[in-house]
Ligand binder design. Structure first.
Ligand code: MN
Length: 129
């Protein structure tokens, strides 16, 4: 079955690239360009995975991850931080905020999906097939 991926990303080119890769790999894609919209879209679409940019206007990705983790309906969904904000401690900060995984930009189209799915539970991987 198709898994639903919610992308929260403010950069048009990154959004395009991520959407393209996910759709090509049989995901149903939902998009949000900021955190508030991301939470709204998540309520509407019940995503199976959330790809989360860290540098976003208003709420940053850390805040958004914490918001999702505080909500019972979303606290089990894998959140993968996708960020160019790669400084020492960023991975730890993303994980402490509730992310399950961390992928650095620039995105490598040849292995992005594989990296993302490496953070999935066995149960989620099974549902993908
Ligand atoms: Mn950004």
């Amino acid at each position: 079955m198709k898994l639903k991926a919610l992308i929260i990303e403010d950069n048009e080119q990154n959004m395009y690239m991520l959407s393209f890769l996910l759709e090509k790999n049989n995901y149903e894609v939902f998009q949000a360009f900021n955190g508030l919209d991301g939470i709204k879209v998540a309520k509407e679409c019940s995503p199976d995975v959330i790809l989360l940019d860290i540098q976003l206007p208003e709420m940053d990705g850390y805040q958004i991850a914490r918001e999702f983790r505080q909500r019972n309906d979303f606290n089990h969904i894998p959140i993968i931080a996708v960020t160019s904000h790669a400084m020492v401690g960023d991975r730890e900060k993303a994980m402490a905020s509730g992310a399950n995984g961390y992928i650095e930009k620039p995105i490598d189209p040849d292995n992005f999906i594989q990296k993302m799915e490496s953070y999935f539970t066995a149960e989620l991987l099974q549902r993908r097939n």
